[in-house]
Design a protein around this ligand. Structure first.
Ligand SMILES: [Fe+2]
Length: 294
């Protein structure tokens, strides 16, 4: 569970969104503005239809042969990400949710992907992961999570570890503070980063339970995420306001918490007074064992 600046209910709660690179039909005006922001020198004359259909995620079109899906789970407002090598079909899934396992595996099947790793960015408190059940349904699939999460998994990740899929990979950056075992996963070319709950769009994960520490989170974000290129697109584990992605440059400039001093940040985080997530009592024990309980 993550806090945001304003705990407003999602505007488009009913929208379970999927995003295909280059073909997303939603939010075109905004997407075009973002495209210009990220690619100010982009030449628009040659392929006008292509340009108008460029999505917010157009920046990652520079990664040749990368298939990408952003998927949404309505109840916990969780984003699940599916990345694959378009040629070899090797794939990785990030933060899959138990309730949407059928949807996610249908994508994997329809796209002919070979899902090799299911990774959690941390031990979630607001929903149960589907990695354990997914392993039962997909032979050869391995689960992964930080070695500092306290959770069981086939692969325990640490700083600098690589999760390869075809000619692409995700590289682990440890970003504790929301929990001890939070990681951010960065694509090999540093055009995308999956920040879990360490950094949300214009917000961040709460730091008042699960070994949370505001100053540690502040340090993690500034040293491990804000040091990525400004153009690097950021994909969080949640958003409650219908926003799908941000960028390092944007958050460095506009994040209302992380632009403060460390002391001011700690003061904000220590006075949020949020209720515990509804599913916390069941989600945390389940997620310590890949979402499967005895
Ligand atoms: Fe969390």
């Amino acid at each position: 569970m993550c806090s945001v600046i304003s705990r407003v209910k999602p505007v488009q709660r009913a929208l379970a969104s999927t995003l295909r690179l280059r073909t997303n039909a939603d939010g075109l005006n905004y997407a075009a503005a973002q495209s210009r922001r990220f690619c100010p020198g982009f030449i628009t004359g040659a392929q006008p239809l292509w340009v108008t259909s460029r999505s917010y995620c157009a920046r990652i079109a520079t990664t040749d042969g990368l298939l990408f899906r952003q998927l949404f789970e309505v109840e916990s407002s969780t984003y699940t990400y599916l990345l694959a090598d378009a040629d070899t079909k090797e794939a990785v899934i990030i933060d899959p949710v138990l309730e949407t396992i059928d949807r996610d595996l249908k994508f994997v099947s329809e796209l002919g992907l070979k899902l090799t790793v299911a990774v959690n960015t941390h031990c979630h408190a607001d929903h149960i992961t589907s990695t354990g059940l997914m392993k039962k349904r997909l032979a050869g699939l391995k689960s992964a999570i930080s070695k500092f999460s306290g959770a069981s998994a086939d692969i325990h990740l640490k700083e600098g570890d690589k999760i390869p899929f075809g000619r692409h990979c995700l590289i682990v950056r440890e970003t504790p503070g929301h929990t001890d075992g939070c990681i951010t996963l960065v694509t090999g070319d540093q055009t995308m980063a999956f920040t879990g709950d360490a950094l949300l769009i214009r917000g961040c994960g709460r730091t008042d339970f699960q070994q949370g520490c505001a100053k540690r989170l502040y340090k993690s974000v500034h040293e491990k995420i804000f040091t990525l290129p400004d153009e690097c697109l950021l994909y969080p584990a949640h958003d409650y306001l219908g926003r799908m992605a941000s960028s390092v440059g944007e958050e460095r400039k506009f994040n209302p918490r992380l632009t403060k001093t460390m002391e001011e940040f700690a003061d904000i985080m220590n006075n949020l007074n949020l209720p515990n997530p509804k599913k916390m009592a069941t989600a945390v024990p389940a997620n310590l064992v890949c979402g499967l309980q005895d």
